[in-house]
Design a protein around this ligand. Sequence first.
Ligand SMILES: *Cc1c(COP(=O)(O)O)cnc(C)c1O
Length: 401
Amino acid sequence: MTLFKQGWRASARQKQQHLESQSLWRERRTVASAQQPFVQVENEWLTNFSSNDYLGLAAHPLLADAVSSASMQWGVGSGASHMVCGHQNIHHQFEEELAEFVGAERALLFSTGYMANLAIGSAILEKGDLSLQDRLNHASLLDGARLSGATLKRFAHRDVDHAKRKILASDHRRLQLVSDGVFSMDGDIAPISELKKLSDRHDALLCIDDAHGFGVLGAGGRGTLSSFGLTPTENTVMVGTLGKAFGSFGAFIAGDDWLVEQLLQSARSYIYTTALPPTVVAAGRAALELMRESHTSLSNTLMANISQFKKLCADRGVKLMNSESPIQPVLIGLEHEAVAVSDALNEQGFLVPAIRTPTVAKGQARLRVTLTAAHTEFQVSALVDAMCKALAGVENCEQCA
Ligand SMILES: *Cc1c(COP(=O)(O)O)cnc(C)c1O
């Protein structure tokens, strides 16, 4: 028994030492306040530029009120999975509201975007099918395809010609073309119109994971598809998540009736798990209501913060990536240097963690700056000042070339 444990511990220690030597050992920070631009981390207050709470709804009083009222009416647990007795009126209504909002026939709630993406692969594909995915797609999309037993291939980031060549070279039964709408670590947007054309030409199912576009892009926050004049209808499926711009938790898949019914019948990440708590659903509904009333003003503030950040960076010679979204990464390159810049920012009162491999490619470590509608002009300009100081302290980084 002891020997057995020692074996496991020794190999774990070896792995840890290796990761530590590469600046790749991860540590969590414990946040002692609600999710707002100013957060308490252990004993310090930091201005947070790393959250996905793009509209500043995570601590919004209207959502919090909706949750407490719902807890009085519905309690806090859903009691069971959707297929047993956990599917309550509030879930059903929210599905209908979400479907209507994004212009789909039907929507299905999932507990997380991760689980929705597992379903997108595993419940739809079979052995012999091809799941063709952008190289920078979210890990959960890749996992979903792997679970299905279908062939998984990847095309170069946003390269529709490469995708086409992969299709022509492949001998598959059915084809699924999969892309993030807004890429989570780069912030750029998928070439949706070209993907849609390619998808139609090859009779494929186009799946767009809009975790970072839903609530932000498109008319009223309807998402990336909407910003290209499309809806999740026949042969196009959308995954939206509720833990980012929508401020709370959960996810949904929207699409045609047949597709949603197929997911309901066979998606293991839908069937074998407890339905979302009704309180969480209430938060999602409150966010949707708020979106209908105030998306324009929230979005205007967010977009103004993005423009201000981009302009200040351009003025000060800080190179950004090709992104129009709230995700504005600053590429550093080496892992330990990204960590050094992040630490230097921390010392100046800013929270911008370094993103490293395997989340991004090795040697492409970065600060993933995210802007929200809750940031002030002053906070944005103070961040850029602090970034310039922090970057000046690092030799040989991409930014100082
Ligand atoms: C965050 C994220 C997910 C997962 O969503 P959760 O609801 O947090 O599980 C899926 N896809 C992308 C692109 C994401 O960024």
